[in-house]
Design a protein around this ligand. Structure first.
Ligand SMILES: [Zn+2]
Length: 92
């Protein structure tokens, strides 16, 4: 019997996908008391997390989304998207 693979929902397009096709980001407070979202490569970091598809369209959408721009600082978003783009490059 194959193990059931858990699916997670992308915060951008609301599609469900397996973990391998998603990037998890976690909300943390930096030592300067700033909110920072980090890429959680292990998928087990504690804290409020969300998932984003590893694809260009969700990456573009998160950068353009007013909601996420308010929630996540611009340079933080850039870092996250750079990570996703890097992952995409590895995939190809
Ligand atoms: Zn998505």
């Amino acid at each position: 019997m194959p193990k059931k693979v858990p699916h997670r929902m992308c915060a951008i397009c609301k599609k469900r996908a397996i973990k391998k096709d998603l990037v998890r980001i976690v909300r943390k407070i930096s030592n300067k008391k700033k909110v920072i979202w980090l890429v959680d490569r292990s998928f087990i970091c504690t804290g409020r997390g969300m998932y984003i598809c590893k694809n260009e369209s969700c990456c573009e959408k998160i950068k353009r989304s007013k909601y996420f721009r308010k929630k996540i600082s611009a340079d933080n978003l850039e870092t996250i998207c750079a990570y996703i783009e890097e992952e995409l490059f590895v995939y190809r």
